[in-house]
Design a protein. Structure first.
Length: 374
């Protein structure tokens, strides 16, 4: 480790130590779930060190062939296999993009599986099962072969799709606590409107470490989405959440995507979802998903630009360099330190450092120029 990284790590110790009180496991009782302050519930659950009792019935328990998500590329449906989902293309033009999604997803999964044990803080990646398409010349197929002999009955317009592990949503009372905490002006009727809306049946929280100062006061309950609920860095600070934990997970995740999967990580998402292990109750984990915009990059100047573009074109999951707020500068310093440490375990050479320097250069350029010219 060089003096530069050692100096950065010394400056980060105080911030990291301030979060050490979140280390113990807290188990909510069923009675407590009905009475606990929403800020307290979110703080404990999003510490990744708390457990909720499994609710009966759970909003995550939906019938097969139920839509639980939709993006620009594909629409996600549940299957009768409880822990799997089917992502189908939104149109025939999106089929190649969905195939690319699967290839990148597999590459990331393999990179994470083969990553050094020291990168234990990285996010979870849902397991990519297979990409399904009808046999050549058969455009009316009503089933896919899954595994050896099992058949999945589907409508004929689902002839193409990506089968993968289902990320289960955040369980009640977390969605209710989000509404009460982030939208205190919402009435009980407003909250019920959001919670019972069919498109809000799958609650995930996006970790926006690179954005603050959003005004939620004018949000219309009818337009509120719990599927991709954005939680911003200042809101995390106000809840006293363990932000260094999130930064470490995201920074460590980006390294194997770049240096082992060899993809630019463009338009990926980091979200809070339910943990895989439900034996003790409902826990929260950080998940990485959505690889349809990812592309392979070359290890040259063109590839370096591709990585930097992927960083800046993405939603603000990463702390931003050159930020005006002093705490944002602390978060960025932590991120670059964790990312360079993780990168050093995966490859030799100058490109990881060049990537960070190029991201910083672009950040300063964006701050210096008016938005019109960015």
């Amino acid at each position: 480790m060089d003096d530069f990284l050692r100096h950065i790590q010394q400056n980060l110790r105080t911030t990291t130590q301030s979060q050490s009180d979140m280390s113990s496991i807290y188990k909510f009782t069923k009675d407590e779930c009905d009475t606990v302050d929403p800020h307290t519930l979110l703080r404990r659950m999003f510490s990744l060190k708390a457990v909720l009792p499994i609710s009966e019935p759970s909003r995550s328990q939906v019938a097969s062939n139920t839509q639980i998500g939709k993006g620009q590329c594909g629409t996600i449906y549940t299957l009768h296999i409880p822990n799997q989902v089917n992502k189908t293309p939104n149109s025939t033009e999106k089929i190649p993009e969905l195939e690319s999604d699967f290839r990148s997803h597999k590459a990331v999964s393999e990179a994470f599986e083969n990553a050094p044990q020291t990168l234990s803080s990285k996010a979870n990646v849902p397991k990519a099962d297979s990409f399904m398409s009808p046999p050549s010349g058969d455009d009316g197929l009503s089933y896919w072969t899954h595994g050896a002999d099992e058949q999945i009955d589907l409508a004929s317009n689902y002839n193409y799709g990506l089968l993968s592990e289902r990320i289960f949503p955040l369980q009640d009372p977390i969605p209710t606590a989000l509404l009460k905490s982030m939208y205190p002006s919402f009435t009980a009727t407003n909250q019920e409107t959001c919670l019972t809306k069919s498109t809000n049946n799958n609650c995930f929280v996006r970790l926006y470490l690179g954005r603050r100062g959003i005004d939620r006061s004018k949000t219309n309950p009818e337009d509120m989405s719990l599927r991709n609920f954005p939680l911003h860095i200042d809101e995390m600070e106000n809840l006293c959440l363990p932000i260094p934990t999130y930064i470490t997970a995201i920074a460590e995740s980006l390294a194997p995507m770049h240096w082992k999967a060899n993809i630019d990580a463009n338009d990926i998402e980091f979200v809070f979802g339910a943990s895989r292990d439900h034996k003790q109750g409902h826990c929260v984990s950080i998940w990485l998903l959505d690889f349809n915009q990812c592309r392979v990059f070359s290890h040259d100047q063109a590839g370096l630009k591709q990585l930097v573009d992927g960083f800046w074109w993405n939603d603000p999951y990463y702390p931003r360099p050159g930020a005006e707020h002093p705490q944002d500068r602390v978060w960025w310093t932590m991120f670059l330190s964790k990312h360079l440490d993780a990168s050093a375990l995966l490859r030799d050479g100058k490109m990881p450092r060049q990537f960070i320097q190029a991201v910083e250069k672009e950040g300063h350029r964006r701050r210096a120029r008016p938005l019109l010219f960015r």
